[in-house]
Design a protein around this ligand. Structure first.
Ligand SMILES: [Cu+2]
Length: 188
């Protein structure tokens, strides 16, 4: 079963286009409140730095891990295949060595969402429907700021009426054109 699952991930994750980025972090006395945001399928690798002997153990959430103890130069890496957050600590130094890995299930790159588009979306803020200027047919997706996909449809407008008051990411793609527009939309 375990081998089948690994095989499945190896074969299908690339096809489905999940992120496969490796994120590198230090792990030592001065690593309080690490917040590591990754995409499903990404790997996080920690490297032990500084003095002391430390472990890295999950305390709650979707993943379960225990690196065992090590000293400077030790590495521990993990690929995250379930969406959600997992908190972790170094057992003897949980006051100043702790953090969370937040795994989002979408392929939305949160680094890109502030990029300025010359095509407008309106109205923004909105109370219901937002329209992308130009009348083209897009694949429109709405995400939370954390990258969780909430809705999608094809067209040049989408109705956000039932969503609660917050800021959302609206992504519009036109594959025929390699066009990808990303907006921050405020829902009132
Ligand atoms: Cu420690």
């Amino acid at each position: 079963m375990h081998i089948m699952k690994k095989l499945f991930l190896l074969i299908f994750l690339p096809i489905l286009g999940y992120g496969q980025t490796t994120h590198y972090y230090d792990w030592g006395y001065n690593t309080a409140n690490q917040q590591i945001n990754v995409q499903l399928g990404d790997t996080v690798e920690w490297t032990w730095v500084g003095s002391g002997s430390h472990n890295l153990v999950s305390t709650s959430g979707t993943a379960n891990f225990d690196s065992g103890y090590g000293t400077v130069g030790k590495k521990f890496s993990l690929t995250f295949t379930t969406a959600g957050s997992t908190t972790y600590v170094c057992s003897p130094h949980s006051g100043n060595m702790y953090g969370a890995v937040n795994v989002s299930e979408s392929s939305l790159s949160l680094n890109n969402y502030t990029k300025i588009n010359h095509i407008k979306i309106y109205p923004n803020p909105t109370t219901s429907i937002v329209t992308i200027q130009g009348g083209k047919q897009y694949h429109i997706e709405v995400y939370t700021i954390q990258g969780k996909k909430l809705m999608e449809r094809t067209g040049n407008a989408i109705n956000m009426e039932h969503l609660s008051t917050a800021t959302y990411i609206v992504k519009a793609t036109d594959k025929s054109n390699n066009e990808e527009l990303t907006y921050k939309v405020v829902k009132n």
